[in-house]
Design a protein around this ligand. Sequence first.
Ligand SMILES: Cc1cc2nc3c(=O)[nH]c(=O)nc-3n(C[C@H](O)[C@H](O)[C@H](O)COP(=O)(O)OP(=O)(O)OC[C@H]3O[C@@H](n4cnc5c(N)ncnc54)[C@H](O)[C@@H]3O)c2cc1C
Length: 340
Amino acid sequence: MSDTHTTDVLIVGAGPVGLFAIFQCGMLGMRCHVVDALDAAGGQCTALYPEKPIYDIPGYPRIEAGALVDELVAQAAPFEPVYHLGQQVVALEKQAGGGFLAATNAGARIAARAVIVAAGAGAFGPNRPPLNDLETFEATGAVRYFVTRRADFAGKRVVVAGGGDSAVDWAVSLAEVAAHVAIVHRRDKFRAAPEMVSRLRGLAEAGKVEMVVPFQLSRLEGENGTLDTVIVKDLAGEERRLVADVLLPFYGLAMTLGPIADWGLGLERNHVLIDQATAETNVPGIFAVGDIATYPHKLKLILTGFAEAASAAHAIHPLVHPGEALHFEYSTTKGVPGAA
Ligand SMILES: Cc1cc2nc3c(=O)[nH]c(=O)nc-3n(C[C@H](O)[C@H](O)[C@H](O)COP(=O)(O)OP(=O)(O)OC[C@H]3O[C@@H](n4cnc5c(N)ncnc54)[C@H](O)[C@@H]3O)c2cc1C
């Protein structure tokens, strides 16, 4: 059976920004096919932190990342997007008559007038600490890089390592369920949201989180992948032993563009350069939005990506509906099929 499709807009990546791009394109009368390498929509929100609350989505004082994705999928649904999940877009070519032809590693071919690259961190993976027997401890889940269910840590002794947002957020969050939480960082200063850092320090003062600073991970002890002790060292080489069931190193994500690097797009340090006003790349008809897109003073936030998705949809409209005037309108039930 042929797996060939034709659509107005191909969206590469079903993270939060790719999902909102479906809505924005839909409001302007454009149909979308969306491809994502992961088995579920939601990008980093689903894969890395579904239960972490997000506090900076306008209109939601607090929403868990997984719930935000559910809302975005529901918001896009009236426009009947076609999802191709568990597939990576491996090739993207210009077509002679205009538009593009994309190919996935599962054999699908998708022809589109325009392409929105919403590929986030591309093929992302965690930065792993250089520790003994790491793979053995990873295989049993004693060393993990993501928290997908907080309940997995109930009653556990957890060592969190790192000084950024993820380390601080999870130390604060897991302190509610774990038997003990220690946070190891090589400095006393954390590079995280000030509000979360002061919550962390408050928990430390209350004896609910142990601050192990300035220390670095040194080695792991345990039998057959069951973690027993995390050994840390300070700059003078002084050791401390932290009894632990689980180690969560949060040393950031290693980002590789993967096949996107071969599509002729202007790049800057593993990101795709765009014109901030239109989100268009150096290749006419290919747009980039969200974490993967960059320009001077870019803020890597979900809300920034949402605005870029709106700009891209407006810039794409004349490519899909040439000669048709686009009158700017606010959202109304007229634009959303089935809305009451
Ligand atoms: C722990 C943590 C906490 C965070 N907290 C916040 C917060 O509170 N507020 C906030 O605004 N931001 C937060 N962020 C950042 C936020 O998650 C990102 O800004 C957001 O996910 C970017 O969305 P995106 O759609 O651009 O990309 P992503 O979410 O990265 O999604 C991109 C998708 O593209 C897919 N993809 C990549 N290449 C291909 C390909 N070739 N073919 C097919 N699919 C492909 C990937 O599989 C992925 O699903 C946080 C991030 C982390 C890690």
